[in-house]
Design a binder for this molecule. Structure first.
Ligand SMILES: NC(=O)c1ccc[n+]([C@@H]2O[C@H](COP(=O)([O-])OP(=O)(O)OC[C@H]3O[C@@H](n4cnc5c(N)ncnc54)[C@H](O)[C@@H]3O)[C@@H](O)[C@H]2O)c1
Length: 252
């Protein structure tokens, strides 16, 4: 622990599982004072103990708030839960879903669900948290979790790529809108990471060359989130950090 996030009051959507869980735990290791875990359920999809229990063992305060990010009432409750710790200063939006499906198998309902969670849910959280920060005169950071799928297009998941492309531009636009308030907004673009989301999806199946020739560990993306949320990134806003083991810029 180096205390990079000393005193932060964080809100992490999707914080029960996978990348959001790893980010939450890294934030606690870096001295975050308190973390609100906003997710559909407290149990990790990959199994194991609830994130809040592990955060508390690391010495930070933690609260789970049952949140469907597509519902504004839930979103406001999650943001308000941070008020008991002094108000949110650091947000990470990791709640998201992936559905790989051939183009003609995708239904209108599939498309709407992916856009609702990945795009609208990200917007609702960012907007509500930013409102709280501005009203409380608190500067801070928002990190939107996008994907390599929003950088390199794949015919395997057209709606997912579309949603993550939208998240990229949302992050840049929010960075512009919130800079006058001292709030930095950045996008984190993971490559193929070992979580419940990618269980059973082989690198070969995706047809992507990964320079480092392996999937990533969630902590390797969490380190990027720590950097973007920390004072080390004080001059970094409205941009994206790729943590993809070297996929996006390679041929083949
Ligand atoms: N795993 C990867 O390879 C990978 C790569 C690039 C980007 N991502 C992105 O990273 C983020 C996290 O992915 P992950 O691999 O940790 O997935 P995951 O499935 O392991 O975890 C996602 C979490 O989001 C929660 N969630 C889903 N819908 C929600 C909703 N409506 N409201 C609140 N919470 C909800 C789930 O309950 C779960 O705890 C996603 O946005 C995903 O698109 C993942």
């Amino acid at each position: 622990m180096t205390g990079l996030l000393e005193g932060a009051v964080a809100l992490v959507t999707g914080g029960s599982s996978g990348l959001g869980r790893a980010i939450t735990l890294r934030f606690a290791e870096e001295g975050a004072k308190a973390i609100v875990v906003a997710d559909l359920q407290p149990e990790p999809l990959e199994g194991g103990r609830p994130t809040v229990e592990l955060v508390e063992e690391l010495g930070a305060e933690a609260v789970f708030v049952k949140t469907d990010v597509t519902r504004s009432d839930d979103v406001h409750q999650a943001v308000e839960a941070a008020d008991q710790f002094g108000g949110v200063t650091s947000v990470v939006t990791s709640a998201g879903i992936l559905r790989n499906a051939a183009l003609f198998d995708i239904t209108e309902a599939d498309f709407d669900r992916i856009m609702a969670i990945n795009v609208k849910g990200t917007f609702l959280i960012a907007q509500a948290a930013a409102r709280s920060m501005v009203d409380g005169a608190r500067e801070g950071s928002i990190v939107l979790v996008s994907s390599i799928g929003g950088v390199r297009a794949s015919g395997l998941n057209v709606p997912y790529g579309t949603s993550k492309g939208a998240v990229n531009l949302m992050g840049f636009a929010l960075g512009d809108a919130l800079a006058p308030h001292g709030i930095r907004v950045n996008v984190l673009q993971p490559g193929v990471m070992n979580t419940a989301m990618t269980k059973g999806v082989g690198l070969e199946e995706l047809g992507w060359k990964v320079a480092l020739n392996r999937a990533g560990d969630p902590r390797e993306v969490a380190n990027g989130a720590v950097f973007l949320a920390s004072p080390l990134a004080s001059y970094v806003t409205a941009t994206a950090l790729l943590a993809d083991g070297g996929i996006a810029n390679l041929i083949g």
